[in-house]
Design a protein around this ligand. Structure first.
Ligand code: DX5
Ligand code: ZN
Length: 221
């Protein structure tokens, strides 16, 4: 099923609670929360206390994308803050299997993310336990970058493997997703679309979300 997950990285941080509530009204499925630590990526955003502060402002599913060096240490904090799905990077320094197990033990859904130069096969050993695989379509760290079409082959590989195993794992794409790129990602096999600039930068966020959903749906048919 298609899901649209607006990334608050492109929102007005001085009104994060209101921006989150607005996304729910505009028809988003998830709220994408980009946590960056200045170590795993060369940028710093926010952590669990900020996520906790907006938990009461919306019922949207909190889709937390951890771009941090040692995710295992902080899983419980993000669960307590209200995360529903916790996605961490396979390239981080925490042991991948242990981190997945910790997320599941906390009662969250688990996702693994891979950077553009990481092979899809890296997630295969954990696939049966994952709700989602996040294939980055830009180098993580900043919003507003250009979509990398060369990452589409990995999505096809993953989709084939998910189907071969009879799983219903979601494939999320993140970075440069807009009206021009969403169809390419959907036809490769992605079904969860993160969009920062394309939603928050739009004049009308409802229309932007609806358009992304329609284009993705058409490309998948
Ligand atoms: C980048 C983040 C993305 C970012 C996407 O490292 O993971 O979620 O907010 O922003 P856009 O949609 O503007 O490329
Ligand atoms: Zn993200």
């Amino acid at each position: 099923m298609i899901k649209i997950s607006p990334s608050v990285l492109a929102s007005d941080f001085s009104a994060l609670g209101a921006e989150s509530a607005r996304m729910e009204k505009c028809g988003a499925d998830y709220l994408h929360l980009d946590v960056m630590d200045g170590r795993f990526v060369p940028n710093i955003t926010f952590g669990a206390p900020v996520i906790k502060s907006i938990r009461s402002k919306t019922d949207l599913i909190f889709d937390v994308h951890l771009m941090i060096d040692e995710p295992l240490k902080y899983i419980e904090d993000f669960k307590k803050a209200g995360a529903d799905i916790i996605t961490f990077h396979a390239e981080s320094s925490s042991p991948v299997g242990e981190t997945v197990n910790k997320i599941l033990a906390c009662g969250c859904k688990a996702g693994i993310s891979i950077k553009p130069n990481t092979a899809a096969e890296v997630v295969f050993p954990y696939l049966d336990k994952l709700s989602m695989v996040l294939v980055m379509t830009v180098e993580p760290g900043f919003g507003g970058q250009s979509f990398m079409p060369e990452t589409m082959e990995k999505i096809k590989t993953l989709r084939r493997e998910i189907e071969r195993r009879g799983l219903d794992t979601d494939i999320q794409v993140d970075g440069g997703i807009n009206e021009k790129t969403v169809e390419t990602a959907a036809s490769a096999g992605a079904n969860v679309f993160v969009a920062g600039s394309a939603v928050f930068g739009a004049e009308d966020a409802s229309t932007a979300i609806e358009t992304l959903r329609r284009l993705a749906q058409n490309a998948m048919n």
